[in-house]
Design a protein around this ligand. Sequence first.
Ligand code: ADP
Ligand code: ZN
Length: 731
Amino acid sequence: MSDTGFFAEGALVSVLTTEPVGRPFDYRAPPGGCLAGAFVEVPLGPRRVLGVVWGPGQGDFDAARIRPVTRVLDAAPMPETMRAFLMRAADYTLTPMPAMLRLATRAPGLADPPGPRRVFRRGRAEPGRMTEARARVLDLLDEYAGAALTLGELAGLAGVSTGVVKGLVGQGAVAEEEAPRDLPYPRLDPDLPGKPLAPDQAAAAETLRAGLSDGRYGTTLLKGVTGSGKTEVYLEAVAQCLRARRQAVVLLPEIALSAEFLNRVEDRFGARPGEWHSGVTQTERRRLWRMAGEGGVELVVGARSALFLPFRDLGLIVVDEEHDTSYKQEDGVLYNARDMAVLRASLADAQVVLASATPCLETWANAEAGKYARIDLTSRFGSAELPELAAIDMRTETLEANRWIGPSLAGAVRDRIGQGEQALLFLNRRGYAPVTVCRACGHQIGCEHCDARMVEHRFQKRLVCHQCGETKPMPAACPACGAEGRLAPVGPGVERLAEEVAERFPGARVAVLSSDLFGSARALKEKIGEIASGGADIIIGTQLVAKGHNFPLLTLVGVVDADLGLQGSDLRAAERTFQLMRQVSGRAGRAERPGVAMLQTFQPEHPVIRAILSGDEEAFWRAEAAERAAAGMPPYGRLAGIILSSPDIQSVFDTGAELARRDAPLRRVGAQVFGPAPAPVARVRGRHRVRLLVKAAKGVALQPALAEWVGQVRLPSNLRLAIDIDPQSFY
Ligand code: ADP
Ligand code: ZN
């Protein structure tokens, strides 16, 4: 390879493919040569597969049998910093490189030749006659304004036949045009006037801008209560990044956030950014992926996997609501997008902004240790005040059977809605009732494939397993004793709470916000918009509502069961409860009206509940940190979870026991192994699950030791082994 990373025709190159074949293979550079990082198609056995030219060939294969690269794809080569990032991320998460490359090439049609295609936009005319199907098409075009939609995508998303679209084209209500493939995104203008910032906001923005002008790596925790203007501030960092002609990405935990968010970006920069999440059409995914590589998109707003786009020159990564658990991918490649953002930025001389009202303890500790800078926004913008917080001691409240809203909370709700304001009742439990029990024999209905109880979902009229998604109709008779009509729900979910609310507040308009009740992100967005504009009096929600939606009329938050998260033995139970309660209570009084948050609890003297009420966050973090440090737990020690699963219960335990016995590679680095033990959910989808936990001191090179350790053991073919570095969940 020359210094420019160019391989002339016939040179040996090493190509990493997305196929699970273990390692890169050698090929010969095609006519015209290729660059290091080029996306290529190569023959593999009888097939042609996607790959990336990883570097010079290794030359350890019979030269006569090396085949040429089939062709170089029409895409910008993967920058070297990106290749380095994928390798480091693979080492960190102990993920094979092909799986890492698959994460970075999640766009359809990458191998398609470029060429024009027909796309559809809103036309000038109105249709002669409006039907429901036609209205759906037109709404959709408005919703996806700016995005190119093909006939198939448009009809599919609107749920209509292609004939409906063609009819609208005939009437001029939809315009059909030839578009070149994959146009760059509209330019954003960083110099449009932003909102005038309050003094602390302006100072925060200035600090972030200064970090960006250096063109060096740095991570900053931007901490501020909900409504303090974190978004306004980090958009100024984005502006600075754009001025420096580098790309920026804003990661958001929940796609529901993006409707409001995209409008804000458009207001600030005069055009919409690229969007990357599961609701984006295939055509747009491909366009965005390619434009990230070519520099044809300046700002991407997306879900965690946007971090794996092949940005040409990434200057800024914002991780909004950085504490959110959805940043941890829990299937396939087990990575935490927050940590990977820091890794990627450190390799690309980029800045990271971690924004949160309630950062995770890891981030808090990194800021304490001086590894991250920290900026605090202490007040809410404008007149919005933090809500007043109060505990309701449930030991002194009288509750009728099958009721969960005590008299104090009910009275407060009545007052608020009487004044035309909104009340939110928070219960972090989807469905109608978490348990269904037979009153004749005591049997609880469980999932056949998992070691879990099935949750009744009355809107869907089914029992659902929250582990594997299996559903079945509610049986008429008890599956254990056959008694008819004796099955009864136990405990509340949001649907059951809605029933109580309907009985106790007749006439109030009630909205239930729970992720399973909406068929699409778009339906959820619509509902949120409707609530925000006053379309409901009482909102009942799961943790979905904790995430940054703005409800200006909301002045009361009632936490139905503040003790719910405190019971688990999970390492992060206290931290999670603290975060969730603070976020939920932060929903109240965002606009001009002061808010109140009331927490129903049976243990008002619990340290976590007291910390929430006192509002002394730093005291909470310090106490929690001291406890973790004393136990050698993260972030003051390291953990790795090993999950073994198999349909054969004996083989999971045998393999687990063998791993535990052959722990020499771990002991050499001072790490300890605990287990094997049946996982808390001991069976999922018919597979028995066993866990081991490895604990090590902070500075230890744990990954190589883990790799050596598991490499000693031959795994039966039906057994899966997953290694979860820095586990977040222990189920
Ligand atoms: P956070 O991200 O901390 O929750 P936001 O940036 O969303 O806070 O700000 C909360 C609300 O206050 C938003 O509606 C935002 O537009 C408004 N806001 C914040 N700062 C300003 C400002 N300087 N001028 C005008 N409105 C602002
Ligand atoms: Zn199940």
